[in-house]
Design a protein around this ligand. Structure first.
Ligand SMILES: Nc1ncnc2c1ncn2[C@@H]1O[C@H](COP(=O)(O)OP(=O)(O)OP(=O)(O)O)[C@@H](O)[C@H]1O
Ligand SMILES: [Mg+2]
Length: 746
């Protein structure tokens, strides 16, 4: 365990020994916990064991505490040993005590003199077992929460759907109004396709201006991109790197997104606290997984996504179905956590499907949507009385959420039918031949929409017009262009490179690629075995080999580089939406981290071909040939990156790349020598042409003046052209990424 002080070797050794014992104990005890929510008893035991450790290790570690304001009583909150962060094992509360650092979702603490408030997490009556572990976290609030009052007034959104012959307009949202204030948890409910995700995207500023009317305001100000860092958005689909483990994912997020004021250890500590709060201890060392890689379960993946967002302590937290695919106990735990985040002064908005009744009672406010229209907005606790006031009451004891969803779906089974609806039904029945005892969903939906408009809408809108109770200065803070990166450019570059290498470590030593290159090299070596340039046909053959090398190493890199950005598009959009890093740092990291391996293969290839084919035996010409091939590879990669980044669509990109590569190959100077003037310029754009000329120069400059009728030149022009391509194509790729749309059409 790293106590963060160099002079603490003896006592840190003691604590280390203890935390290792603890880790062992935890490992063996955690084997018994088979339920998904392993934190339930697992955490309980962690708490007990860690408490013992905490008390015994206090004496040894207290002198390293930088801040005396962390009371002993508080030291019992869960925190992972920092060594465990990389080793993935040891749990130690003592470590957090000795650090004086704590994090909870309601805020986080750093060793800071001005910790303004501390409160114990509220232990709720439900699930005391589960919460014994999680809610014992002492909640400090080191960072004053910046309040965000979210209002949305008359949001209307239409899309134009284009058919084969005509286009029609479809209404997705019809005049939705409401609000969510600091301290409140707003739930968006409604059947599938009712517009919940669309509405949430509007709150997160993820929409294009077309076909949208209405206003979303944050502290009475419109959305501005400076809000990005204050908003956390958990999307419906999880976007995570499949090959990173849970702890790696969260640690990278912490290091990239948390402010500079925190040290590396503090950031890592925060990631560990998030893992504990979300009950992810058992799977922290497991890979996330994806479509082709087995990894953590769907629920665990969702919790990692939530962890990524709550890490930064956002003022406005938006979640799209955070509880889908979770069992009811874990779902409740998540909602309790959201409630406690809200209680700490944050604004939380979540969409939700099928909440249990216990879960429903946790919501402060509720929006019920149906087919894009508002059926209810107001306090969640008043929803039932409102619907009974308009004549819709459950006839059986029913989960209120189920009742509301039935209504939103127009299903009146076991629900009293208001007299107005009965009248409408009679009228419908008299008009049509089919008689039914229940109203049709459309009639129910029209009735409910109308009822909301007449009964609540006007009053609520009036409330929304009232200004936000904040000083104008505070309101303006929302638009201040303060953008602080968590790390410097260089640190971001290093971290992103490391993350990239970890994520792609499996692809790196792909034996398939090595075999492909080596077998091609051997076949070439055999076909050109000890070629002799003194023989008239020998020279012609060798020149052919050089041209093939130029084409081979121009072709491969283009097609591997094409995939780079389109494959990471979703992740890049997500991380750029939250201003996680500079695009330039990502770009350079992404384009350089694979370079070392990309340059090992051509060396292997050339070693085999060069000596088997009997090319010019001198160290100088061998290394110059290697260098020439390097230049060709890096230039070709640039072209692949530029095509991939500008089109961001693999099908289109591969089509364009194959045409381009073929053109460059044909213009490479081997197949056709007498090119018409109006198209001759194309060969200067071909990296094959420049590479071929350089390879010929390296081989024959000392023994002949021209090869195949072409004069051997100094080579400066060719090198300059390749360097210009290396830079130019990459610049194009970078600019294309800058222009990339971050969100889809919503
Ligand atoms: N760009 C679009 N073009 C056409 N239809 C769209 C577009 N965007 C959204 N929709 C439609 O709008 C409706 C609302 O979609 P949305 O994703 O908001 O639903 P939802 O309430 O989140 O559903 P779910 O609970 O299944 O996630 C859907 O019927 C969807 O098909
Ligand atoms: Mg949705």
């Amino acid at each position: 365990m790293d106590l963060g002080t160099s002079s603490s070797s003896s006592s840190s050794g003691l604590v280390k020994a203890k935390s290792e014992t603890l880790a062992e104990a935890l490992k063996s005890s955690s084997l018994d916990f088979s339920n998904d929510d392993g934190s339930s008893h697992g955490s309980k035991q962690h708490v007990m064991m860690a408490r013992t450790l905490s008390s015994s290790s206090h004496s040894s570690s207290s002198k390293y505490r930088r801040n005396t304001h962390i009371r002993k009583a508080k030291s019992a909150h869960p925190a992972l040993d920092l060594a465990g962060l990389t080793g993935g094992a040891a749990l130690s509360r003592a470590s957090s005590a000795s650090h004086g650092i704590s994090f909870s979702f309601t805020g986080f603490t750093v060793p800071h003199e001005e910790i303004i408030a501390s409160e114990r997490c509220s232990n709720e009556d439900f699930l005391e077992d589960i919460e014994a572990a999680t809610s014992s976290v002492v909640k400090f609030q080191a960072e004053p929460t910046f309040p965000i009052y979210l209002k949305f007034i008359d949001i209307t959104y239409k899309v134009t759907t284009k058919g084969m012959t005509s286009s029609s307009e479809k209404s997705i949202l019809n005049g939705i109004s409401g609000s969510a204030y600091p301290g409140e948890l707003l739930a968006l409910m409604g059947p599938s396709g009712s517009g919940k995700t669309t509405l949430l995207n509007f709150f997160g500023g993820r929409f294009n201006q077309q076909n949208v009317s209405g206003l979303v305001s944050y502290n009475d100000k419109p959305y501005s991109k400076h809000l990005k860092t204050r908003i956390g958005f958990v999307t419906q689909e999880d976007v995570l790197f499949p090959h990173l483990t849970v702890i790696e994912t969260l640690t990278y997020t912490a290091r990239l997104r948390l402010p500079k004021t925190l040290t590396k250890q503090e950031k890592e500590q925060r990631a560990v606290s998030v893992i504990q709060e979300l009950g992810l201890e058992r799977c922290q060392g497991t890979m996330i997984g994806g479509s082709f890689v087995r990894g953590v379960s769907g629920g665990e993946r969702k919790r990692v996504s939530i962890g990524n967002e709550i890490m930064t302590n956002p003022s406005l937290l938006l979640l799209d179905e955070p509880t889908s695919s979770l069992d009811s106990t874990t779902a409740l735990k998540i909602v309790q956590m959201l409630q406690s985040i809200a209680k700490a002064g944050k604004t939380v908005v979540t969409t939700i499907h099928q909440p249990s009744s216990r879960l429903f009672h946790r919501f402060d406010k509720l929006v019920v949507l149906s087919r894009g229209s508002l059926l209810y907005f107001g306090k969640a606790s008043d929803a039932m009385s409102y619907f009974s006031s308009i004549g819709c009451s459950p006839l059986l004891a029913m989960n209120p959420a189920e009742f509301l969803l039935d209504l939103a779906n127009g299903n009146m089974n076991d629900i009293s039918i208001p007299s107005a609806l009965k009248k409408k039904m009679k009228m419908e029945n008299s008009c049509s031949e089919i008689r039914s005892s229940k109203p049709t969903p459309t009639i129910v939906y029209e009735y409910l929409e109308e009822a909301y408009k007449t009964q609540i809408s006007v009053v609520e809108k009036k409330k929304l017009m009232a200004p936000v109770p904040l000083e104008e200065e505070v309101k303006l803070m929302i638009t201040c262009p303060k953008r602080e990166w968590g790390l410097s450019w260089w640190e971001q570059y290093c971290l992103l490179s490391l993350r990239g290498i970890k994520e792609r470590r499996h692809d790196y030593f792909s034996w398939l690629r090595v075999t492909q290159v080596l077998s091609t090299a051997i076949i070439l070596g055999l076909l050109w075995w000890q070629s002799d340039i003194h023989h008239p046909k020998g020279l012609q053959d060798q020149v052919g080999l050089l041209f093939f090398i130029a084409v081979f190493w121009g072709f491969f890199p283009v097609f591997t580089a094409i995939f780079t950005f389109p494959q990471e598009r979703a992740m890049l959009s997500k991380e750029r939406e939250s201003n996680m890093y500079r695009l330039s740092a990502y770009f350079v990291a992404r384009t350089t981290s694979d370079l070392p391996l990309d340059l090992i293969l051509p060396v292997l290839f050339l070693v085999v071909v060069y000596f088997m084919a009997g090319l010019r035996l001198s160290a100088e010409s061998f290394f110059l040939s290697v260098l020439t091939v390097f230049l060709c590879i890096v230039a070709a990669q640039g072209l692949g990156l530029a095509i991939g980044a500008s089109l961001m669509d693999l099908k289109k990109a591969t089509t364009l790349a194959s045409v381009t590569v073929m053109t460059f190959m044909l213009a490479g100077g081997y197949f056709v020598k007498k090119v018409p003037v109006f198209i001759a310029w194309i060969r200067f754009m071909s990296f094959n042409y420049h590479t071929y000329k350089l390879l010929v120069k390296v081989q024959y400059q000392e023994i002949m003046e021209n090869v195949n009728g072409e004069e051997i030149e100094s080579g400066i022009k060719e090198v300059s052209a390749l360097v210009a391509m290396i830079i130019g194509y990459r610049l194009l790729a970078y600019l294309s990424l800058r222009r990339m749309k971050l969100h889809s059409s919503t």
